[in-house]
Design a binder for this molecule. Structure first.
Ligand SMILES: CC(C)(COP(=O)(O)OP(=O)(O)OC[C@H]1O[C@@H](n2cnc3c(N)ncnc32)[C@H](O)[C@@H]1OP(=O)(O)O)[C@@H](O)C(=O)NCCC(=O)NCCS
Length: 286
């Protein structure tokens, strides 16, 4: 990791070329990187590659990089760290298609923030160490995170905002992900798939029309509970935070119905579910 400065810049450029970033965002990222000396952070870059050390590495870097307007310094270093992740993909034999799809999240997160706040800023650095440490992968329409609790290993399903959310595409993604984990992470080849999301909130059944993709998605899971601990759904549904719910936009059926529900004093829960077992058959089981 002690390349010359020029090589580091080239490594960053090669990662950026793989991502469909808006031009204005690329300018900001490159200019933040130009003001940094990545050689000052070799241990942090190394620590990012291992999930056991990635979170402390992220926290440490945040402190060292402050002030970091719009989080562009940390974004540029995370993108640079992905050049080492790419080497690890190659060593593991994981196709470029999966790498490119997985790191597409950096672009998606910038665009989501821009849609809500009109500014190219990176607000997901607390999450994107997972991509660097090869703990989460995008396979088709969904993302899959390798996790464990006290008892079990399991896969946590995440739903990107640029998904094509038809059940045909979702089921195809599920089957492909099972094959992916069997090939590259066999210790996760037979585990349960779980999901924790506002998309699984039972209250949505009263807010969404027949034929809703979200309701079809809910039917793929055995419901295991819900909690009201997060307000993150506001940004997923209304694109940004709001102080006063009376100002919430009403552009879609869900926005209109949820706004009424919230103004009546309710909270949307995060639903929890376990994917129905039959959906994980790939046809190749013994
Ligand atoms: C997952 C997602 C693609 C589903 O959208 P979808 O396929 O349109 O879902 P449905 O068919 O059930 O939509 C039914 C209605 O709700 C609206 N709706 C669904 N998700 C919405 C969202 N996130 N924001 C605003 N409206 C939404 C649809 O526009 C539609 O209303 P309309 O007929 O007036 O246009 C969408 O919710 C999304 O992009 N979410 C962001 C990612 C996310 O929340 N991930 C989970 C994080 S925990």
């Amino acid at each position: 990791m002690n390349d010359t400065r020029q090589n580091k810049k080239k490594a960053l450029d090669r990662i950026i070329e793989r991502i469909d970033f808006p031009k204005d965002a690329v300018k900001k990222i490159k200019s933040a990187f130009a003001g940094l000396r990545p050689e000052e952070y070799p241990d942090d870059m190394g620590a990012f590659l291992d999930i056991k050390t990635a979170i402390p590495a992220w926290r440490g870097l945040k402190e060292k990089l402050a002030p970091d307007p719009d989080n562009m310094k940390i974004l540029s270093l995370m993108l640079y760290a992905l050049s080492f992740t790419y080497d690890n993909y190659q060593k593991a034999g994981i196709p470029d298609e999966i790498f490119n799809a997985t790191i597409g999240c950096y672009n998606r997160f910038l665009r989501e923030h821009y849609a809500g706040y009109g500014r190219w800023a990176f607000d997901r650095d607390w999450w994107t160490h997972l991509q660097i440490a090869m703990t989460i992968f995008r396979v088709g329409e969904l993302e899959y995170e390798m996790k464990r609790d006290q008892n079990d290993k399991f896969i946590s399903i995440h739903i990107p905002s640029d998904t094509v959310f038809t059940m045909e595409r979702i089921k195809d993604s599920l089957a492909r992900s099972r094959a992916f984990f069997r090939d590259y992470f066999p210790e996760y080849g037979d585990v349960e798939y779980r999901c924790r999301s506002w998309l699984l909130s039972p209250a949505l059944k009263k807010m969404l029309p027949e034929g809703s993709n979200i309701l079809a998605f809910q039917s793929l899971f055995d419901f295991t509970g819900e909690d009201c601990s997060s307000s993150g759904y506001i940004e997923w549904i209304f694109k940004r935070k709001y102080e006063d719910f009376r100002d919430l936009p009403e552009d879609t059926t869900l926005q209109r119905n949820l706004k009424k529900y919230l103004l009546a004093g309710n909270i949307l829960s995060v639903g929890k579910g376990v994917l129905k077992k039959e959906l994980l058959f790939t046809g190749q089981e013994k």
